[in-house]
Design a protein around this ligand. Structure first.
Ligand code: PLP
Length: 503
């Protein structure tokens, strides 16, 4: 702040340029221009005559701003959003980690960015080779032999895999009606089950946070098509009974499906195929680079065993000597996406995997697990951890005791974190933990960031004791304060109309 400025500003001379919350239409002044057209040097014609009387009589309500106003406007918009590159973003289950910039450069190379999906195969051999290499790498990470890169997101991968499983059962003359889903599952799992026309059967968790084996065994019968399981699960725990679980599922002729949205704890360490899973999806936009948020972009490749492979959507990339070709499996469920999938995301993931290598993937898993356990250890005396065991890439704390003691809810804590420049963790998920805060630090954050996060959360717990209303009113430093989140989603008002500007 300049030494000449007065402390509070005044009505006539505001302290700051009125950027925050201002639309470009509200900036500038009627006389402002950013381009001066040169004088007319051709005969003037009447626009109305050219347009046959349809020219508008009132000029459009365009903003009147100077060129530098435009630059500042867009600069402001670009920095108004919060991303991994702006601060710590420990959103559990979402793996919001730093994305190496080389992945962005690779997918912008003209040879990748400028090709067309209708080009003849022989002219896009490099792109097909990349896809083939990615299929191979993901098959290795999954421990399952056949991979399709078609699905555009995690939930889309779930849908693809479950349709594949349904086609398999139907072809065997045994369609089955139910799919089992643990109560800790991501919401997309039961939604996928319902979309595929199956009945959802919920399986409770046991007191150690894993699948309740007895309840699972009781629910298994020959009408069960599949179990959908996340491992490590959404409380950040590796299911100790995983082999017994998949064995019990197979014993009734059902298939085991792994929600592999987050592989950040296990890639290079243990493989879902080796745990007995028959199919899984992998979120490239979580584990394998691609900045995501706000709905995209993403890719959710699906990996399956040989018996399921002939039902996968096409096209798959095959290697034929020196050539790479596209083919559709014999009993394919059909296409699930146009062309070859979300190709830019595939390029990023392939670049990421090649840059770090197999050993690098393993180190990423180890570092992610270490970061989560370090943070858990820093916090657990102030913030009770839901299942106090060594965690994987994330852990879940409960804001239940704080709420009882102070009336401060997890939502208030999340909003207060924004004032400290930290994106809140995932809150109120999984549903089985009261006032849940689910923290995933990822491998890319340094120790100093983790230390600061722990210090801030401890401070917020103290603030809650001293002055609960401070937290009920947070955030104070953001462009907008506390929104009605349901209304913001249901009645989003994103259009600007000229009459919105006060005369
Ligand atoms: C993110 C996530 C999904 C859904 O992935 P999208 O790409 O958002 O559709 C499914 N399961 C788990 C465990 C997840 O974390």
């Amino acid at each position: 702040m300049s030494t000449f400025s007065n402390a509070g500003g005044s009505a006539e001379v505001p302290m700051h340029e009125p950027l925050t919350g201002t639309l470009i239409f509200e900036r500038g002044a009627a006389e402002s221009r950013c381009v001066e057209a040169p004088p007319l040097d051709v005969p003037a014609v009447s626009l109305d005559a050219v347009l046959g009387g349809r020219a508008r009589s009132v000029p459009p309500a365009l903003p009147h701003v100077t060129e530098v106003d435009i630059a500042r406007h867009y600069e402001h918009l670009a920095s108004a959003n919060f991303g991994v590159d702006s601060g710590f973003y420990p959103l559990g289950s979402c793996t919001m980690k730093y994305n190496p910039k080389i992945d962005e450069q690779a997918c912008r190379l003209p040879g990748f960015a400028r090709i067309h999906p209708y080009q003849p195969e022989e002219t896009v051999q490099g792109a097909l080779e990349l896809m083939w290499g990615l299929q191979e790498a993901l098959a290795e990470v999954a421990g399952l032999p056949v991979v399709t890169l078609q699905p555009a997101a995690g939930a889309h991968g779930e849908l693809t895999a479950l349709l594949t499983i349904r086609a398999y059962h139907t072809a065997n003359g045994d369609p089955r009606a139910k799919v089992l889903v643990p109560d800790s599952a991501h919401g997309t799992n039961p939604a996928t089950v319902a979309m595929c026309g199956y009945q959802v059967v919920q399986i409770p968790s046991d007191e150690r946070g894993g699948v309740d084996l007895e309840a699972l065994r009781a629910a298994l019968d020959t009408d069960v098509a599949a179990l959908m399981l996340t491992n490590p699960n959404t409380v950040g725990l590796f299911d100790e009974n995983i082999l017994a679980i998949t064995e019990a599922v197979h014993a009734v002729g059902a298939l085991a499906y792994c929600d592999g949205a987050n592989l950040n704890a296990i890639m290079g360490k243990s493989r879902p195929g080796d745990m007995g899973f028959d199919a899984m999806h992998i979120n490239l936009h979580k584990t394998f680079a691609t900045p995501h948020g706000g709905g995209g972009p993403g890719a959710g490749p699906v990996a399956v065993t040989e018996p399921l492979a002939s039902y996968l959507p096409g096209p798959l990339v095959a290697r034929d000597g020196e050539m790479f070709t596209l083919s559709t499996p014999e009993h394919s469920i059909g296409r699930v996406r146009s062309f070859l999938g979300n190709f830019g995301v595939l390029v990023r993931a392939y670049t990421y995997i090649r840059a770090v290598g197999g050993e690098g993937l393993r180190e990423i898993s180890e570092q992610a697990v270490l970061s989560a356990n370090y943070l858990k250890a820093l916090l657990e005396d102030a913030w009770p951890v839901a299942y106090d065991r060594t965690c994987m890439h994330e852990f879940v704390m409960s804001g239940g005791p704080l709420r009882k003691a102070t009336g401060v809810r997890t939502l208030d804590v999340a909003k207060r974190l924004l004032d400290y420049g930290i994106h809140p963790p995932t809150v109120y998920f999984p549903l089985i933990v009261e006032e849940a805060l689910m923290v995933e630090p990822t491998e890319t954050e340094g120790k100093a960031t983790l230390d600061r996060f722990a210090a801030v959360l401890r401070l917020i717990a103290e603030e809650a004791q001293a002055d609960p209303d401070l937290l009920h009113g947070a955030p104070y430093t953001t462009p907008v304060r506390r929104l009605d989140e349901a209304a913001a989603v249901k009645n989003a008002d994103l259009a600007w109309r000229p009459e919105d500007v006060e005369a």
